[in-house]
Design a protein around this ligand. Structure first.
Ligand code: PCA
Length: 319
């Protein structure tokens, strides 16, 4: 075969072998988690010489958030991103990063992640899922229409929950929890289904929180994480070389994501203020009330978590 023919044949072979995969994620396109994922898949495509192309479907457009992990497990989609603490009912281990005041700084969040990660990996592996990396949201604060000085001011409100921990917190504070995905927040506030929420400054910006709330109480109450996973079948279908490329890109995405999270917290806090929101320091009473709820939650958690979870928590505390 002459030269051009050989090149053409090689090209056609590469195209035939190229994998076109999909990835389901729950958060909007402009969010830094999504942007980080887009960079990740770009690096994977480059590092595999185009053998692995991944199309990202953000905002729950391919699968709604609660169905993303099941879809990865049964091979309906190759990759997915999930809020780890959404899985708290399946394994309490996932809940730990969303219990108020367990880990409130990035430094603590990183240590908690290191303690959680081996067990999370094992749990997922036994379900046919390969853990790739995790990235934190900025610390969580309270959005309301009126200033809140203590938990008393929250009583009776309809509260937007995004996982079992936020629902439990609402109950402990005398509020009525309503599970609402991030994509549905503006609608939920506009129609009065909810009137308060705890989330990051970043999600406040994503949802234009200034349209439906006036106060952001900067609680820095916990730092939840998203994880990125791949189905084992898909992972094992890759050559050793491409697997390594994927894992390398994942490690880079994790480092980048932790940095981005901290940078975006600052920017988002400024945006909330520029858009006319009052970004306020919580009163000592509000903090004390929330800490009390957090204490109840961690005690309940320790009761239900079992030996593995107890070890993870002790490891995090350095005991
Ligand atoms: N944003 C996500 C989870 C935590 C956060 O900061 C949400 O509100 O759904």
């Amino acid at each position: 075969m002459h030269k051009l023919g050989t090149a053409l044949a090689a090209f056609l072979l590469a195209v035939a072998q190229a994998q076109a995969w999909n990835m389901a994620t729950p958060y909007p396109p402009a969010n830094f988690h999504t942007q980080n994922i887009l960079q990740f898949v770009k690096e994977v495509e480059e590092a595999t010489g185009g053998r692995l192309k991944i199309t990202v479907h953000p905002g729950g457009s391919l699968f709604p958030h609660p169905q993303i992990l099941p879809a990865v497990r049964n091979g309906q989609v190759q990759l997915g991103e999930v809020l780890m603490s959404l899985l708290a009912n399946e394994n309490p281990l996932f809940e730990l990063d969303s219990i108020p005041f367990v880990a409130t700084s990035y430094e603590e969040a990183r240590r908690l992640y290191q303690a959680q990660r081996p067990e999370v990996e094992k749990w997922l592996a036994s379900r046919g899922v390969v853990f790739l990396y995790a990235v934190p949201w900025p610390p969580q604060g309270l959005y309301t229409k009126k200033p809140v000085a203590s938990a008393q001011d929250l009583r009776g409100m309809r509260f937007r929950a995004y996982n079992p921990a936020t629902a439990r917190l609402a109950e402990l504070l005398g509020m009525a929890p309503v599970q609402v995905e991030a994509a549905d927040i503006p609608q939920a506030f506009a129609t009065g289904i909810v009137e308060a929420m705890i989330t990051s400054p970043v999600t406040g910006v994503d949802t234009q929180a200034w349209d439906f709330s006036r106060y952001f109480h900067d609680l820095k109450a916990w730092i939840p994480k998203n994880m990125v996973v791949i189905g084992r079948r898909a992972f094992e279908s890759l050559s050793a070389q491409d697997r390594e490329a994927l894992l390398r890109a994942a490690r880079r995405a994790e480092e980048r994501g932790w940095r981005l999270s901290q940078e975006r917290e600052e920017v988002a806090l400024q945006t909330l203020a520029q858009r006319g929101m009052q970004v306020v320091k919580p009163t000592p009473q509000l903090m004390a009330d929330l800490k009390k709820a957090g204490d109840t939650m961690i005690l309940d958690w320790q009761r239900k978590v079992g030996a593995t979870g107890a070890l993870v928590y002790r490891k995090y505390l350095g005991r």
